[in-house]
Design a protein around this ligand. Sequence first.
Ligand code: PLP
Length: 376
Amino acid sequence: MPYFDYNATTPPSPAALAAEREISEQAWHNPSSPYRAAARAHALLEDARERLAALVGGAAKDYVFTSGATEANNAVLAHAASIAEAGARVVVSAVEHPSVLEAAQACFAGRVILLPSDARGVTQLEMLEDTLREGNVALVSLMAANNETGVLQPWREARAMARAHGVLFHCDAAQWLGKLLPDTLAAGDFLTGCAHKFGGTKGVGFLKVPASDRVFRGLRGGEQEHGRRAGTENLAGICAMVAALEIVSQRLAREQASWMRARERFEKALPAALPGGEILGSSTERLWNTVMFLAPRHENTRWVAALDKRGFQVSTGSACATGSDGPSHVLAAMGVKPEAARRAVRVSAGWDTTMAEWDGLLAALAEAQVALDGTA
Ligand code: PLP
């Protein structure tokens, strides 16, 4: 069944499954226990940390393994609030994932500055400069690539601005890592990554926190992760995550251009298959795997069901927003009217999506439109 919802989650790669199984069978001991089998598990854990740092950048000792991006994002916001001066503010973009937005509201109630987005979905930084100049900012958080639209965000510029004012910078790169090379993402203060977005298994991720930060404590109640995140590590998941990232990183350099061409071909043909459809963020840089479009008519949930019936799994936007009332906050920030936002369909491909699957999706969209018009 052609799967076009990779931004929600990805199938675990064979390399990840093999690593998960091997560790679960052979190195299942608690890495903190005091005998040789546990020492081996501990060595594998530290080896995974080294390999992750080699892939993403920076030093192994900066990486803290977490249960995923949600935990990492919550931990950064809580940490920033705990070390902030009284009355300090946090600056986040209006298109962040809810795990940043809601954590920011909870930790900095009433002191959250939301950076606006333009109609393409690109975060605008004028307000950031003004806010930094006013002072008393604890943290700036800007995602690398948006999960709904795939639009790449100006994280390099935001980081440079934060740095110029001596303010901490966090980047949620859950959607970027594995789909694009890491570039200089690791050069920021805090970086979030998530295994199941690039072929790892669920419930594993990481937060990069400078080892020089002696007070960070993601979770309390144990000395795991060098005292920075309590809780027995999910070693099998961690090794699976690193194996998955190694595989996609090798493929990225070689195949990224052809993945982009497949998406471009789909987008060129979309107006003929779906006259009146509108691709969001089409005039700016986006992840090669993501197309979010407004269908010309009918609610997105009906499109998802009609395509599902025809064997294609797509989404209405972020999986987290599915079932929740109201249209997406990302589209609202882009100025998309609520009525139009309810027609938003997100298609997100993967590393092995074939041209035939993209073509099949076009045909299924045309067919679904006829069927939906017939039942309108
Ligand atoms: N951040 C971004 C940008 C995401 O896309 C997601 C998941 O969709 C998350 C954070 C949360 O990831 P998880 O639910 O795996 O913790």
